[in-house]
Ligand binder design. Structure first.
Ligand SMILES: [Zn+2]
Length: 183
């Protein structure tokens, strides 16, 4: 006979005793994703939209490294979650900070801002008005202006006319410094 499959009971009791998917997984010698899926199937834990404390802990440990290597897909797979779901959680936990553009910024000659701005444009369309002063004259230029430095987050941008955009950027010493270094 080959290896005996770990039965549901063993998983449930390990989870009940240890109170953690990851600890239970270690105890029964399975990967966390498998244990998570099994517990979901058995009905011991809720499947979607509930992000457990364990998962939070794991995301806190692994998000930045995976993101910087462009490996969020494999983290999502490992955790049995979708990438957009993980990214939403990471954002809510404050893990998506300015470090996010480091791998791009490090490449000589690359312009991370162009890339992020293109992404915002593709997701949210071309800006045709200013959300600051209310200008919407179609002959004026409008930009997507980043608000807090979370460049990778498409929601961290506002539509602005050029004068408002310039004023906004001047009020942000960090951004001015980075632009100086990039150009
Ligand atoms: Zn304006």
């Amino acid at each position: 006979m080959g290896k005996k499959k770990v039965d549901d009971e063993a998983i449930v009791s390990a989870y009940a005793q240890l109170g953690s998917v990851w600890k239970a997984a270690k105890a029964v010698n399975l990967c966390g994703q498998t244990v998570h899926e099994r517990l979901v199937r058995i009905g011991k834990i809720k499947p979607a939209n509930v992000f457990t404390e364990d998962e939070r802990e794991m995301l806190r440990k692994e998000y930045t490294e995976h993101r910087n290597k462009g490996k969020l897909d494999s983290l999502a797979q490992k955790m049995g979650r979708t990438k957009p779901f993980l990214c939403r959680q990471a954002r809510a936990m404050g893990l998506t900070n300015a470090k996010g553009f480091k791998p791009y910024a490090e490449k000589a000659g690359s312009n991370p801002y162009a890339k992020f701005h293109a992404r915002v444009r593709s997701l949210r369309g071309d800006p045709r008005k200013c959300e600051i002063c209310g200008e919407d004259n179609p002959s004026k230029y409008y930009d997507w202006a980043n608000i807090t430095g979370d460049y990778e987050n498409p929601d961290d941008y506002k539509r602005m006319c050029r004068p408002c955009h310039r004023k906004h950027d001047k009020s942000r010493p960090m951004l001015a410094h980075l632009r100086g270094a990039a150009s």
